[in-house]
Ligand binder design. Sequence first.
Ligand code: GLN
Length: 194
Amino acid sequence: MTKQITIGVLALQGAFIEHIGILQNLGAATREIRLPEDLEGIDGLIIPGGESTTISKLMQDYSLITPIKKMAKSGLPVWGTCAGLILLAKKIDNQIVTSLDLMDIEVTRNAFGRQKESFSTGLSSHAIGDKQYEAVFIRAPLISDTGKKVEVLAKLEDGTIVAARENNLLVTSFHPELTLDHRWHQYFLSMINK
Ligand code: GLN
């Protein structure tokens, strides 16, 4: 029998419960991550949406920045959704957020303006197959620039980049934990199986 995969979900603030429910439905074991010792033995990590300033402050308070950075640099698959995307970026337009400084992307927080704070729209991505995916954006960031090693996985119709990957790092500016279509979670799990 193959070993069951355990996915850690950073559980300091934000939409972590929803990720946990989907992962369990897909057959993965899950662990809520609040302290450095919780990270031991996980096969992948999700940093959920929420408020990046708050999550960043709590990650610093609980001494999580250094161990997460170390594990990501040695190849642990990490997926940041929305606020989690901001926390993985090397460059953020608004530097009040201390990020993990891991992925070669530049992000703009709250990029879609007030009247569009929340919206959903159909996306195509070769990462998850041909069928359109309905993506939910909530006060979402956008990716304004990507480094050479970053693969763009999804764009809005106007060209705005909203999903990308750099080796073991995946980011989506929308909330795949809020829809019934679980293809992005399956894609993340496939990054671990490889
Ligand atoms: N606007 C939030 C931030 O900047 C992100 C929103 C979200 O995660 N849904 O942190």
